[in-house]
Design a protein around this ligand. Structure first.
Ligand SMILES: C[S@@+](CC[C@H](N)C(=O)[O-])C[C@H]1O[C@@H](n2cnc3c(N)ncnc32)[C@H](O)[C@@H]1O
Length: 231
């Protein structure tokens, strides 16, 4: 990982070209095809969860500890978790809710999550960029836009706004001098939502994820809370 960080820091143009080359198989595909392919190939390469390293129990300790209290303090009774991925870490969280809706674009993930359904929990196949989203107290959108091009990110944000939901809890990286770069949907990079082209206002609060992999490189990984009406 240190070698990777060194290469990324010292040869940014070569890294950009290499990533562009690697992304050629993603171009011209629908989002559903892209993420179903990633799921089938287990491209985020974690042995415990198909949602990648950031979704292991180890790397979600802070989120799992802080989420129930945050939702309780906001009076959240209904939650849309989009994308819910394989529900690996969320299955370990006890939330006091009237309704939890887990949604993802990959049909097989949604089908496999059905085993976690109960009186308050449902899972549905949904595309965050274009399907009509339910109106809920809070939309949880963890590790989603970091995989989207700017165009697809804005489609998702506008669609969340159109739902009439109240709060958004979304992945952001808080390092101030970070410049957001565009990618092909299906790739990955960090995003600071307070920086252009998003220019979100300061979040109401942050859950610091305490992310350790990457030698501290991604230590500013957070979930930011916003009132959707403020975006
Ligand atoms: C890195 S995983 C994160 C999952 C979960 N939020 C977590 O924290 O473990 C990203 C997920 O986004 C889903 N996804 C990608 N595009 C989507 C879209 N347009 N609508 C809904 N889900 C999408 C993928 O299928 C994948 O399961």
């Amino acid at each position: 990982m240190r070698l990777r960080s060194y290469i990324e820091d010292h040869f940014p143009e070569a890294v950009r070209l290499w990533k562009g080359h690697k992304a050629r198989h993603l171009r011209g595909k629908s989002m559903e095809e892209v993420f179903t392919g990633i799921y089938h190939r287990n491209e985020w390469r974690d042995s415990k969860t198909r949602s990648g390293t950031a979704s292991t129990l180890l790397n979600t300790q802070a989120v799992r500890a802080e989420l129930p209290g945050l939702l309780g303090s906001l009076g959240v009774r209904t939650l849309l978790d989009i994308p819910c991925g394989d529900f690996h870490w969320m299955k370990e969280v006890t939330l006091d809710l009237d309704r939890y809706i887990g949604a993802d674009i990959v049909e097989e993930l949604v089908t496999s999550n059905m085993k976690f359904m109960n009186d308050i929990r449902t899972f549905v196949k949904m595309d965050i960029t274009c399907d009509t989203l339910p109106m809920v107290d809070l939309v949880l959108c963890r590790d989603c836009l970091i995989h989207f091009s700017f165009v697809d990110s804005f489609r998702a944000i506008e669609n969340i706004k159109a739902s009439g939901s109240r709060y958004l809890l979304m992945t952001t990286f808080t390092r101030e001098n970070a410049k957001n770069i565009d990618i092909v949907t299906g790739q990955w990079r960090t995003l600071n939502l307070q920086q252009p082209p998003f220019d979100f206002p300061p979040p109401i609060s942050l859950i610091h994820e305490g992310f350790k992999p990457g030698g501290g490189r991604y230590a500013d990984r957070c979930l930011g809370l916003w009132r959707i009406a403020d975006l």
